[in-house]
Design a protein around this ligand. Structure first.
Ligand code: SIN
Length: 312
């Protein structure tokens, strides 16, 4: 008698949790769960960080995918300065000037929103990475919640390395080599009622279904319920069935998730390729205000790293 391959996830968790993680010298790292999320201590984001301390923070992000800093009473300039340490340029969101505008002040590098009694949607209320429809999707996002509700309003995260590793080998082989379309209109027109400017369309990009992370060399699942419309190489029915299966897999596997609770003066940073997140809107009619700065590196997700990089 043989059994289903339901132990795959345990094997993957053991490999993940026992992977070598050198001790940190300049920061404190307290993991939120065995599989994703950590609180980082010993850092003052109001000051310039040394290269060594920043390198350890970036490694903590690689290892934990969502990291939260507490008691950081920082300005918008501090927020952006820290963001710029992660990459070349700050992302300018298509909807920053229209759907998400803060006190009438438009800063293209800051996506700001206020959710309250009159809101009919809030940013990120469903599993997604940010803006995967871009050719070079956001690599890292950094969020401050500047007004927290009395209770609730967590941000949930799921680990896309483990979402891939939890699958059986034949299923992984089926997905490896496929590509999918990520379409901005799916998330923004259906989600927020937004329409592109006349004569324009929202970005649409084909990305690998399984990509390899340029920093870690690990494979992660790169489809999501908000932006991914279909898998290019399959029939519509096959694509719908496989995508639905993968979305249920991501949403339903609590072992690859965590929830970050907000406190005042917290800054949350996530790896926007190897994780998905979900802003939990359970605080209605209370208010929650957010300000996000995001980093683009100019890279696109690749199924495989170029040979030279992979060999390093
Ligand atoms: C988002 O960036 O998708 C919003 C996350 C949040 O508000 O918790």
């Amino acid at each position: 008698m043989s059994f289903y391959r339901d132990f795959n996830d345990k094997v993957a968790i053991e490999a993940w949790t026992t992977s070598t993680r050198p001790a940190y010298r300049t920061i404190e790292v307290k993991r939120l769960t065995p599989t994703i999320g950590a609180e980082i201590g010993g850092v003052d984001l109001g000051r310039d960080l040394s290269d060594e301390q920043f390198a350890e923070i970036h490694r903590a992000l690689d290892e934990n995918l969502a990291i939260v800093f507490r008691d950081q009473d920082i300005t918008r300039e501090d927020h952006k300065r820290f963001a710029r340490r992660f990459g070349n340029a700050l992302h300018k969101h298509e909807l920053a000037a229209t759907r998400f505008k803060h006190d009438g002040v438009f800063d293209p590098e800051l996506l700001a929103w206020k959710t309250g009694r009159d809101s009919r949607f809030t940013a990120g209320d469903g599993w997604h990475p940010d803006v995967s429809c871009d050719p070079s999707p956001i690599a890292v996002s950094l969020l401050r919640v500047t007004k927290t509700p009395p209770i609730g309003g967590d941000t949930a995260f799921a680990n896309m390395y483990l979402a891939y590793e939890f699958l059986s080998d034949p299923f992984k082989q089926l997905l490896d080599g496929l590509t999918a379309i990520h379409d901005g209109s799916l998330a923004w027109t259906a989600g927020y009622g937004a329409k592109p400017d006349p004569g324009k369309t929202y970005p649409q990009t084909e990305h690998p279904v399984v990509a390899t992370h340029p920093r870690t060399g690990r494979k992660f699942l790169y489809v999501n319920a908000s932006f991914t419309s279909h898998i290019v190489q399959l029939t519509r029915k096959e694509s719908d069935a496989i995508l639905q299966h993968l979305y249920h897999h991501i949403e339903g596997q609590l072992a690859l998730q965590t929830r970050v609770h907000w406190q005042s003066n917290s800054l949350l940073v996530w790896d926007n390729w190897a994780s998905q997140h979900h802003a939990v809107w359970d605080y209605y009619p209370e208010e929650r205000w957010g300000e996000r700065v995001s980093v683009v590196t100019g890279e696109a997700p690749q199924a495989r790293l170029p040979i030279a990089e992979a060999a390093e």
